[in-house]
Design a protein around this ligand. Structure first.
Ligand SMILES: NC(=O)c1ccc[n+]([C@@H]2O[C@H](COP(=O)([O-])OP(=O)(O)OC[C@H]3O[C@@H](n4cnc5c(N)ncnc54)[C@H](OP(=O)(O)O)[C@@H]3O)[C@@H](O)[C@H]2O)c1
Length: 433
């Protein structure tokens, strides 16, 4: 039985989940894999907190892990870019395999770290960095390695999915749904990375790089969070036959890659529309399997611990088989990322306008003169000003923006309250055709 020593950088939510699973499933892992995982040491800041590991296994000195020859796999579950990046670099250079759950680090510094891992012939795995307990990274890197993925549609931020679900089910405001998420521990005290879309953007950059074989820099991802969503948008979108989700979208077309995170309307019949609360899902499209959807918990001690454990076992297997470093970077080409103005979509537009004769005709004229054709128009409200809601046919985003700039300048238009992209109708249709 090959004994493999584990050192943890961090012993919070995810680190504790990993330790629990290593302890509970020790015999199962030994029988299935023929390797024995030994929890050696964990780096923490506070030595006095009660932990799943004994006092003697805790340290505040990273060198006790990075320089310990009995540790073959270092698990980084501390978060943040630094000092995590420095520690991972040292671990790889010291000949250790590394597992991390850190999406921000992999999205920003993954290329450099994966290149180093390959140079030194070590594994650098990061399954838990995207969609928590859903095993999507290894699925893309191994099971689907021979497929040409054309589309990725992900609900990969549980906090915003909980907020939008609550707003749509209870008609509540964003502020009160966020407060409820914080009370339940689904949102952090500073929720900006979640509600502004950055958490999903880091994960999309990782997913798209692997799925399309072309590295996507985080600053190329178009990011819009859910801050502008109002209860009215959820109410009208339901009436129109849609469900509103914060989607992370990747598309691979001959002209280039699209990578965008934004609120999106999808038909109520779309499988992603059923994914509610803190659950995550990743929906993939290609020309051979058609559609695949992966569903599960995107965060939490044991779901995320399970994803980290799968990486640890993969590292252990690679150590035993002597093939470490063979599955690190899977990018093989550099594809351009399409500017948003060139992206084609259907759009939901909500305007707040004065309710007078001729208003609709003038607005329709602005849309028409910019090549925007309308599929549906509804007027809501009895007291001035009123909401006017449009659903367009597919059009280039640049044209839609030109039309909205003209509309916003009209004297009877109070504001363009929202512009929301519509996706998924090709396969799943909607009432709003
Ligand atoms: N939580 C989830 O459900 C989840 C899901 C997917 C991915 N992730 C990712 O997993 C990673 C860990 O998340 P988490 O929720 O487990 O975080 P956490 O509960 O805050 O735990 C972080 C751990 O790292 C230690 N730590 C942080 N900075 C340190 C430093 N400079 N020196 C020494 N120790 C340090 C902390 O020590 P103390 O305990 O002494 O403070 C703590 O044990 C993050 O990258 C996160 O994005 C988390």
């Amino acid at each position: 039985m090959k004994q493999i020593g584990l050192g943890l950088l961090g012993l919070g939510t995810v680190g504790t989940g990993l330790c629990k699973l290593v302890m509970e499933n020790k015999e199962l892992i030994e029988k299935r894999m023929g390797i024995s995982l030994e929890l050696k040491k964990a780096l923490v800041r506070d030595l006095n907190r009660e932990r799943i590991l004994s006092q003697g296994q805790l340290t505040t000195d990273p060198n006790e892990i990075l320089k310990d020859p009995s540790i073959q796999i270092v698990v980084e579950v501390m978060g943040g870019v630094e000092p995590a990046k420095t520690y991972i670099t040292e671990a790889l250079k010291a000949g250790k395999a590394v597992v991390t759950a850190n999406k921000e680090l992999i999205a920003k510094e993954g290329h450099e770290l994966l290149t180093l891992a390959t140079e030194v012939g070590q594994d650098l795995y990061f399954e838990a960095s995207v969609a928590g307990g859903i095993p999507i990274i290894r699925t893309l890197k191994e099971s689907l390695i021979g497929n040409r993925i054309t589309g990725i549609f992900g609900i990969i931020n549980g906090t915003t999915n909980y907020i939008l679900t609550k707003m749509s089910q209870e008609g509540s405001s964003l502020e009160s749904a966020l407060a409820a998420a914080q009370r339940k521990g689904y949102a952090e005290a500073d929720p900006s990375s979640d509600v502004e879309g950055w958490d999903a953007a880091y994960k999309l950059a990782i997913l798209a790089s692997i799925a399309f074989g072309s590295r996507v820099e985080i600053d190329k991802v178009h990011v819009e969070g859910i801050c502008k969503i109002e209860p009215e948008d959820l109410k009208y979108s339901q009436e129109l036959g849609y469900t509103l989700k914060l989607l992370a979208i990747g598309k691979n077309s001959p002209e280039g890659i699209q990578v965008r995170v934004h609120p999106t309307l999808i038909p109520q019949q779309h499988p992603l529309a059923t994914v509610s609360g803190v659950y995550n899902a990743v929906f993939l499209e290609d020309d051979s399997f058609g559609e695949l959807m992966f569903y599960g918990r995107g965060a939490g001690e044991l779901p995320t611990g399970s994803a980290v454990l799968s990486d640890v076992i993969a590292c252990g297997r690679d150590l035993v088989l002597g093939k470490a470093g063979s599955l690190n970077c899977t990018c093989f080409e550099e594809r351009p990322v399409l500017p948003m103005d060139d992206v084609q979509c259907k759009y939901y537009v909500r305007l707040v306008v004065d309710d007078r004769p001729g208003v609709l005709a003038k607005i329709a004229d602005c849309f028409g003169s910019n090549g925007v054709s309308l599929a549906q128009v509804i007027q809501k409200g009895y007291e001035e000003p009123v909401d006017l809601v449009f659903v367009s046919h597919r059009v280039q985003e640049g044209q839609m923006k030109k039309a909205l700039a003209q509309i916003e300048a009209l004297p009877f238009v109070h504001k363009v309250a929202n512009l929301i992209r519509v996706e998924g109708e090709e396969q799943f249709g909607t009432a709003a055709r």
